[in-house]
Design a binder for this molecule. Structure first.
Ligand code: SF4
Ligand code: SF4
Length: 357
């Protein structure tokens, strides 16, 4: 046996300093102030007197290798050879010389990309990977994002919103696609349909039973084979049983819908973090351009732009005007489905914004 355990080699992210622009490395933690000379550009000034300009670029989010190479070539030729991605998948280039900013922006725009996403804009929409790597998506979140960013391109390029707007999407109902000012999330509307011939070969039945938040799944023998059954009266159509047991198919073209939630905010800079709330449900999952979901998001953004005070985030604005007024100004119908009557959450869901391990 070895004297000491092998140190892990594949955990954590690599050291970011090796990829950082030298001016950023030198001034790390010692910035005096930053300003915003134009949409999409930030200027940071260090106590050392050093300056650095950051140019932020929007992309189509899922990038092929040719587009990535093009972005890197722009970085090599027009920036200082450094590039990084933000957590919302914006690309950022850094230059230490102001004279390089305009030629860099021209090269980016000539290549078909857009500059913006800073300050009070609608920045890149974050989304999960869906069809690319995950086993449970009910829609193509990257497609929703592309169609929506095409519609909101001017809101990315300009600083017209009362405050920054973060939009998120998800491609299933239970996992990613978290808190955003606006979130477009999958909504299943029917219980899973079980393929009993496959369950005994594919699924670990105890883990599927344990997975259901409302105890709607029971073991059952069907046609002489061990399988499962669902109490459809209890089922809340969450889709949590589908990942550990793909024969419990819950996605389909007709019953998998989209729902829109608003007012989520991780930040506690000016107020408490807030949970997002459902404002529109049963929206058709309608590729390739998702016009119904797009129209609702644009309507919410228009009402927010017209009604919010400067620097109010969407949750602050709704808090001030009240939910009844929100439904009036956005022309969204308020239905019984907006009232949360499910009491099981008290026992089974994490009901605070704190992370527990
Ligand atoms: S939202 Fe759901 S389907 Fe999409 S990547 Fe996350 S877990 Fe997978
Ligand atoms: S969809 Fe959700 S609530 Fe319904 S059976 Fe599956 S895990 Fe349970």
């Amino acid at each position: 046996m070895a004297d000491k355990p092998r140190s892990p080699t594949e955990s954590g992210c690599p050291d970011a300093f090796q990829y950082m622009h030298p001016v950023m490395r030198k001034n790390y933690g010692a910035w005096k102030y930053h300003e915003h000379p134009r949409p999409g550009v930030l200027r940071h000034v260090g106590y050392s007197g050093d300056e650095i300009w950051t140019v932020r670029v929007g992309t189509q989010r899922i990038l092929d290798i040719f587009t990535l190479r093009k972005l890197c070539d722009i970085g090599d030729e027009f920036a200082d050879g450094y590039i990084h991605f933000t957590i919302r998948s914006n690309v950022e280039y850094m230059v230490a010389d102001e004279a390089k900013v305009e030629p860099l922006i021209k090269a980016i725009e000539d290549a078909g990309f857009i500059v913006g996403g800073t300050k009070n804009s609608v920045t890149m929409i974050s989304h999960t990977q869906g069809w690319l790597h995950c086993d449970i998506p009910g829609t193509d979140a990257s497609g929703v994002v592309k169609s929506m960013m095409d519609e909101l391109i001017d809101e990315f390029r300009e600083n017209n919103m009362p405050n920054r707007v973060h939009i998120t999407t998800s491609c299933c109902q239970i996992n990613c696609g978290g808190q955003g000012d606006i979130a477009i999330n999958v909504q299943h509307t029917k219980p899973p349909k079980i393929n009993h011939d496959l369950v005994s070969n594919v699924c670990e039945r105890p883990s599927v039973v344990a997975r259901c938040p409302v105890a709607a799944i029971r073991p059952a023998m069907v046609n002489g084979k061990p399988s499962l059954e669902v109490d459809e009266k209890k089922c809340i159509c969450c889709g949590a049983c589908y990942p550990p047991c793909p024969p419990m198919q819950i996605n389909d073209a007709e019953h998998t819908k989209l729902a829109i939630w608003v007012g989520g905010n991780h930040s506690n800079a000016r107020g408490k973090p807030t949970f997002q709330k459902l404002v529109a449900a049963g929206i058709p999952n309608n590729p390739p351009r998702w016009p119904e979901a797009n129209a609702i998001v644009k309507g919410i953004l228009k009402a927010y732009k017209e009604g919010a005070k400067d620097w109010e985030r969407i949750n602050d604005w709704i808090e001030r005007i009240g939910w009844p007024r929100f439904f009036e100004v956005t022309n969204l119908p308020f239905t019984k489905y907006h009232v949360d009557t499910w009491r099981g959450a008290r026992n089974s869901l994490n009901a605070s914004t704190h992370i527990r391990f």
